[in-house]
Design a binder for this molecule. Sequence first.
Ligand code: A3P
Length: 291
Amino acid sequence: SEKAAPEDLLFSYKGILYPTTVCSPETCQALDSFEARSDDVILVGYPKNGSNWLGQVLNDLEITAAKYTEQEINERMNISNELLILPRLEFGDPEKFKRMKELPSRRIIVTHLSPQVLPKSIFKSKAKILLLVRNPKDTAVSYFHFYNNMPTLPSFSSWDEYFTAFMHGKLCWGSYFDYLVEWNKHMDDENIMVITYEELKENQTLGLKKIADFFGFFVSGEEIQMVAEKSSFEAMKEKSFKTHGTFGKILFRKGTVGDWKDHFSEAQNKQMERKFEECLAGTKLGEKMKY
Ligand code: A3P
């Protein structure tokens, strides 16, 4: 089906593009009216790094650890859905930040925003931040398919055209590389933990245990196992219509490591490796992301 013109689908705020269907300049401008709490659970990650996956994991860990009743779970989900917090902090209307005060702790907050754009109170509050990262090549491939399949994002006529846009950061939420360079400046902050998509794929239970320890979720090994089973790619894909509507089909695409090999030319592979080296070689984040 036909898509609207790119200028109708996107807007720019502080030099970074956002999709008009879910974000607005007013909401971006109101970000600093958000008041973070020290016990907020914050998940940050560039688009397509697995934030829907880990958002569910964090929500399930909190629900399990706090031993909510069925009714409390439903109430939490209703407000959370209404305020679009689990979807993304930057989605929805500017009033949401005031209404977020009504939400009981611990709030699970997911965002693609760069540290320069994130509400300042997040850093001041010392809320714990989990940075989810995924290797640049699979991120690029995942975002390519997402762009072309989402009616609300402009399409690219070819992989090569898209690749150039990715390398120049001309995509929603800006440059993947700038995003990592900015977060890399926070690697010595005591309240930040990094986890990679690849390590989670390799051993989800171990990854979830690290995450639970970091945030201080009191959950048993058995409970972690249960959360891991519920959040496997297959389980989430199967339920995707219920959880994400028609959007689910686009979102839960492949869920693998190494899909880039079917898309990249040798020259593109070299170009991206060079760019990654330029941006992150020898840094803490760069080391963590060796794959
Ligand atoms: P692919 O397009 O490579 O399949 P985000 O949620 O940040 O938009 O990221 C989406 C990517 O995470 C997609 O990658 C999607 O398939 C993958 N994903 C979603 N749920 C997953 C899960 N439970 N396990 C592994 N990968 C998952």
